[in-house]
Design a protein around this ligand. Structure first.
Ligand SMILES: Nc1ncnc2c1ncn2[C@@H]1O[C@H](COP(=O)(O)OP(=O)(O)OP(=O)(O)O)[C@@H](O)[C@H]1O
Ligand SMILES: [Mg+2]
Length: 470
């Protein structure tokens, strides 16, 4: 295979084709092919990949723009350069907007062509990386990252589709773990700003005295520790989306400053005496009741109105339990990749248990349950045994962790719960001991006989065998 970079020259004028071919071949580092019109070029590109396509604009059988379109769609790592007649820069600029790297004008100046071609090829490897990166981003944050077929989720999809296109401010509300951040990303990455920045600020995680400089930036020396000028997150998000997560945690004095930034579309870095214009779409999220906070006086009403132009409510998972099977399988696929495991699904009984659980931690909790079960599971299907104990109290309420068990009027059944704890610990030990009963017994500090008895009591023998042969 030749290590030479591959260039395709497309022009209906034979003299131009030949000129470029000879000139580029002289450089000795290029492998040059030619095509006499757009259709022939596309034909060639279907058979062979090129690093750079240099194409004329007006040609019979598909124009240069159509060749560019083909490159954009099918050859994301190929650079494109347009040949234009002197004085038709407008078209060239149009082509560059559509993704052309550059253009060269006729009549050619040898040096100019040489330099442009070299630059295009140098940036090609970089562009390759960027494009894959961007495609990955798209893949990760696409609509398809929001799983659910319930009416409640369809309501959410419908609002996202509407609001993604207009730059309105949006407030996403909902309990912890309901997917507020996934929704925020879906809005950004499905709208016209998708190739602009998406910047997240966790308003609850920044120390109070640093929030202003984090958001708006600062000048060198404006406070102790400001050793150099720094752009804030607003500027980083300029032209794109700023996601203000946990916005309910913003202290009142910062709420005023945020409001001003949103109303006047300007920011002023700490220690700076000039304003900077900004153009940022705001998506905010909170799991707190902002309306209540407004009544209490801990959240400014004017800011609340400004942020809450459109409200999207992320439904709790317990309100859409019909989505549990879809989500469970989605996470199984996700963790199969991550854990390099090969779990094919979840047993009916295990699904049944999940589908009646009330998920106080919402989708995040389901995700954790699946990941944990997959790590514990020895077969290729998730069985009820490897689910966390999802404790059922007499009232039918379930808990996924023992920390959550509350002793209420309804009471609990301690023997059942102790049994579940025992089983849980046995499973962990069996797993750690790779199915060797003796070793598992040692890990648990019990005798071999006691281990054998308990394994039988909990029906673990099949699991022990599988673990051994794994
Ligand atoms: N509808 C959904 N489809 C697929 N995955 C989801 C969905 N909703 C949430 N998740 C997953 O659940 C986890 C929690 O979601 P996310 O961080 O968006 O929740 P949140 O509402 O922002 O929670 P918090 O209030 O705690 O910040 C993430 O791993 C996310 O990928
Ligand atoms: Mg969040």
């Amino acid at each position: 295979m030749s290590l030479k970079q591959k260039i395709l020259v497309v022009d209906d004028e034979a003299s131009i084709r030949e000129f470029l071919e000879i000139m580029l071949k002289k450089e000795k580092k290029y492998d040059v092919s030619t095509a006499a019109d757009g259709a022939e070029a596309i034909n060639l590109m279907q058979k062979k990949s090129f690093d750079l396509v240099i194409s004329d604009l007006q040609m019979p059988n598909k124009t240069g723009m159509e060749v560019l379109e083909f490159v954009n769609k099918n050859c994301p790592s190929t650079q494109f350069m347009l040949i234009t007649a002197f004085g038709s820069t407008e078209v060239a600029v149009e082509a560059m907007k559509l993704g052309a790297y550059d253009y060269i004008t006729k009549p050619f100046k040898l040096d100019e062509v040489r330099i442009n071609v070299r630059h295009a090829l140098e940036s090609q490897s970089l562009a390759k990386e960027n494009k894959t990166l961007r495609r990955e981003l798209k893949k990760n944050y696409d609509f398809s990252n929001l799983v659910g077929d319930s009416d409640k989720m369809h309501d959410v999809y419908n609002i996202i589709k509407k609001v993604a296109l207009a730059p309105t401010n949006i407030l996403i509300t909902g309990e912890s773990g309901t997917g507020k951040e996934v929704i925020a990303k879906a809005i950004h990455f499905n709208g016209p700003l998708s190739d602009k920045p998406f910047i997240t600020v966790n308003c609850g995680a920044i120390p109070e005295n640093l929030i202003e400089s984090e958001l708006f930036g600062h000048k060198k020396g404006s406070f102790t520790g400001a050793v150099s000028d720094k752009d804030g997150l607003f500027l980083a998000a300029n032209k794109g989306t700023l996601f203000l997560d946990e916005v309910g945690e913003l202290p009142l004095n910062m709420q005023v400053k945020l409001l001003r930034a949103l109303q006047e579309r300007v920011i002023r870095p700490v220690g700076e005496n000039k304003n900077i214009n900004i153009d940022v779409r705001i998506v905010a999220a909170t799991n707190r009741h902002l309306e209540e906070m407004v009544t209490e006086g801990t959240f400014r009403q004017d800011l609340y109105y400004r942020l809450n132009v459109i409200n999207i409510h992320a439904p709790a998972l317990r309100e859409r339990l019909e989505d549990v099977p879809l989500l469970a399988n989605y996470f199984i696929n996700k963790f199969n990749e991550k854990l390099a495991s090969d779990i094919s699904g979840i047993s009916d009984e295990a699904m049944e248990r999940l589908s009646t659980y009330n998920f106080p931690g919402n989708v995040r909790e389901l995700e954790n349950i699946i990941e944990r079960s997959m790590a514990l599971e020895v077969g290729n299907t998730i069985l009820p045994e490897s689910l966390p104990p999802l404790v059922k109290t007499k009232s039918g309420k379930q808990y996924a962790s023992f920390d959550e068990i509350e002793i209420t009027e309804d009471g609990i059944e301690i023997d059942k719960i102790m049994d579940q704890i025992e089983k849980e610990l046995l499973l962990k030990a069996v797993h750690a001991a790779k199915g060797v009963k003796k070793r598992a017994a040692k890990l648990l500090g019990i005798s071999f006989r006691s281990m054998r008895y308990r394994a039988e009591k909990h029906n673990l023998n099949a699991i022990l065998e599988e673990e051994k042969s794994a």
